[in-house]
Design a protein around this ligand. Structure first.
Ligand code: SF4
Length: 164
């Protein structure tokens, strides 16, 4: 895979767990077994019905409004670095294809909280660095080590990583 193939999920996993990214990049994808992911899909089916997803190929974002802000709906309660990096990655990808995205808005459905992330030079640099980091992780010959067990809570790879 080259830099153009790096998508939002790769970036999200980069910031959550590099082992998760490495496994995902090798086609090991137990997400369909995860209730958490199913909830996320249900959220996208039933809430924020005015949103229309935008498919950029390797990246699929929940909505792009008329002012060119990316919107992402999350089923979790609190903002994470992974969420922010993924949304900023989408902005970066849009700008690459000539759409001058202004930034991203994260919508946390359980709390109705929103987080607004203007796209600036610092975030652009971070998005470029994330793509390079993804490529470095996925081309490593062996899987990165596991996170500490408490940080694996809710990860769909738990059985894979922790069944000895
Ligand atoms: S179970 Fe833990 S170590 Fe394994 S991929 Fe998930 S977060 Fe990473």
């Amino acid at each position: 895979m080259d830099a153009g193939g790096v998508g939002g999920v790769h970036v999200k996993y980069l910031h959550h767990c590099r082992r998760q990214l490495w496994l995902y990049a090798r086609g090991i994808r137990p997400e369909h077994l995860s209730a958490k992911v199913r909830l996320g899909e249900a959220v996208h089916d039933t809430a924020y019905s005015r949103f229309q997803s935008v498919d950029l190929g390797s990246a699929k974002l929940d909505h792009l409004d008329g002012d060119l802000w990316v919107h992402e709906v999350k089923s979790s309660r609190n903002a994470t670095r992974s969420d922010e990096a993924q949304a900023i990655h989408y902005c970066h990808r849009l700008i690459e294809i000539g759409v001058p995205a202004k930034g991203a808005v994260l919508h946390y459905r359980p709390t109705r909280r929103t987080v607004r992330l203007p796209f600036d030079e610092q975030r652009r640099d971070a998005a470029v660095a994330d793509i390079a980091d993804v490529l470095q992780v996925i081309t490593a010959p062996s899987a990165p080590g596991r996170l500490d067990r408490p940080r694996c809570k809710g990860c769909s790879y738990t059985d894979y990583c922790w069944t000895d």
